[in-house]
Ligand binder design. Structure first.
Ligand code: HEC
Length: 119
């Protein structure tokens, strides 16, 4: 009796964690453009290291991504940073997304347009 209770509890847990994953996928599929690239695990996955407004369960290895016009002189400079952050800080843990072909030029452009507007 006790064993079957444990077994059933495990089943339920597995089922719920799958629901959770499917829910994440459902949320991702409602996003578009730069926000989708930033929030999606298989694309930019910027949330792994950065707090971004409305982003779920972010990491805190890098700073929160907001008010970037105060940090970068224009969108071109922000594009260069995401393309290859090691140009700005050789010891950074941020992957060189463009240089290493994780994201292409157009995807980084969409990211820049989205991030530039975050207050
Ligand atoms: C493995 C962790 C990691 C990932 C993933 C990551 N970053 Fe970063 N990022 C950092 C760190 C650490 C910094 C701090 C600056 C430094 O190290 O030079 C940073 C800094 C930045 C900055 C400068 C912010 C500021 O206020 O100075 C921007 C913009 C940025 N990241 C954008 C992105 C974007 C866009 C993505 C996703 C495509 C991303 N990062 C993914 C670690 C990461």
């Amino acid at each position: 009796m006790k064993q079957s209770f444990i077994f059933l509890s495990c089943l339920l847990l597995c089922a719920c964690s799958n629901v959770d994953k499917n829910f994440d996928k459902a949320v991702e599929s409602t996003l578009s453009g730069g926000k989708k690239i930033a929030f999606t695990f298989e694309l930019g996955n910027c949330l792994a290291c950065h707090v971004i407004a409305e982003g779920d369960a972010p990491g805190n290895i890098g700073p929160e991504l907001k008010s970037l016009p105060l940090r970068f002189k224009d969108k071109t400079q922000l594009h260069q940073f995401i393309w290859d952050a090691t140009q700005f800080n050789p010891n950074t843990s941020m992957p060189p997304f463009g240089k290493n072909k994780i994201l292409n030029d157009d995807e980084i452009k969409q990211l820049v347009d989205y991030l530039w507007e975050l207050k």
